[in-house]
Structure formats: C-alpha cells, structure tokens
Design a protein around this ligand. Structure first.
Ligand code: CA
Length: 220
C-alpha cells in the first residue's frame, strides 16, 4: 500500500514516515501543497495523509481539488488541536477521518486501517479470500487456519493482491505499491517475492497472466 504524506512539520513528517514504513507501507513524504498536487496527479496512491496548514496550496484546497476530480482516494487529515472549524470543513469536504496533533502513531495506524477497510467495503478487520485470511493489524496470515510466516515485503505484496481479488495487477503497479521514492528497488523484486509466496501458499494461489500481471483468484 502506497501512502502520500503531506506535512510541513519536519519532526512529525519524519516520525510518521518511519512509523508507517515499519508497518509495511511505502510512504512518500512532501511538505508543500503544490508539490503534493503534482504527486497526486502522477502517482497511484492508496491513501493520502494530509496536514491542513501547508506552504503552497492548503490541505483543504488539495482535498477540494481531489474530490472535484471525482477521486475516491481515502484521505485522513492531520489537524491542530484547536482547529475544530477546519476539521468540520475537511469532513464535509470529503475527508474520511482525521487525527489531532499531537497524535499517537499506533492510533494513526489503526485509523489508517479503519479508513482502508471502509474504503474496500469490509466491516471486519481481516481480509479473507478463499482459504487465506490476513490480519493487517497483527501482520498475521493464515491458510486454512494454519499460520504462514511472511517477510514484510511478501506481506505487503500479498495484501495488495488480496485487496483486489480476481483482478490482475501489473508488475509496475505492484512495484509502486511496495516502494516509495528514494527506496532502493531490488532487481526483479516483485518476481522474487511472488515466487516465494507461491512456494509458501501453493502455486495456484497466485496466477500469472502473461503480459498482464498477477492475481489471486477470488473464491474457488
Ligand atoms: Ca502544517
């Protein structure tokens, strides 16, 4: 899952980027509203974490632009303690949720999971596809009830596939979901992780459609 973080406070930005990376998200961090507008127009993100007071375009302006363009990108606002009016404008303007500074990183992670869950139409915390059951909060995966140990990248890659059951995702799209800007991409990373996932889960659980991409079949 790839997240765009827009926050001009360097301490908060750095802490959030590090925390979310440890959680397995690919995180691009910008501190300027105009640059964020460009990034949103050119990069496929799964979530936007948006401060309101920014140099350049404000967070609320960015949000308004996104929703005007019919983007359904989940948006979580980062707001100041006393900025009640901004929070109301943000929620009415299409934000999915907000956190108030200073916030706890574990709470932010839980709110992100909740927003992504609602966005994908799930009510419960687990992602269930066929015999696979993934818990993004605990980073656990079971197959037919048996735990399967995955590396952080394998987990992140499988999560994107399970969030899109039956839908082929290109290698480029999978790579973009795994790596933020400036992160070194190992060569053939996607193929290597897919190979390992197939070895652990059974080759038929992840299909390769030649020239199109990879998919996890929906129900069997
Ligand atoms: Ca700010």
């Amino acid at each position: 899952m790839r997240v765009l973080l827009v926050e001009d406070d360097p301490m908060i930005g750095k802490a959030v980027q590090q925390g979310l990376r440890q959680d397995g998200y690919a995180v691009d961090w910008l501190s300027d509203g105009d640059a964020a507008g460009t990034a949103l127009a050119t990069t496929p993100y799964d979530l936007l974490l948006l401060d309101i007071g920014l140099p350049g375009r404000s967070g609320l302006d960015l949000l308004a632009g996104l929703r005007r363009s019919s983007s359904r990108l989940p948006v979580l606002l980062i707001t100041a303690r006393d900025a009640v009016a901004d929070r109301i404008r943000g929620l009415d303007g299409g934000a999915d949720d907000y956190v108030v500074k200073p916030f706890d990183l574990d709470e932010l992670s839980a709110r992100i999971r909740a927003v992504l869950r609602r966005h994908s139409g799930r009510a419960g915390g687990e992602i269930v596809v066929g015999d696979l059951c993934m818990n993004p909060a605990t980073h656990e995966l079971t197959q037919d009830g048996r735990p399967v140990a995955l590396s952080a990248r394998e987990f992140a890659l499988l999560r994107v596939l399970l969030e899109n059951p039956g839908k082929p995702l290109s290698r480029a799209r999978l790579e973009e979901s795994l790596y933020g800007w400036g992160e070194e991409i190992e060569s053939n990373a996607v193929e290597v992780h897919i190979h390992s996932l197939r070895r652990k889960l059974g080759a038929e659980r992840i299909r390769n459609i030649r020239g199109v991409g990879y998919l996890v079949p929906g129900s069997r």
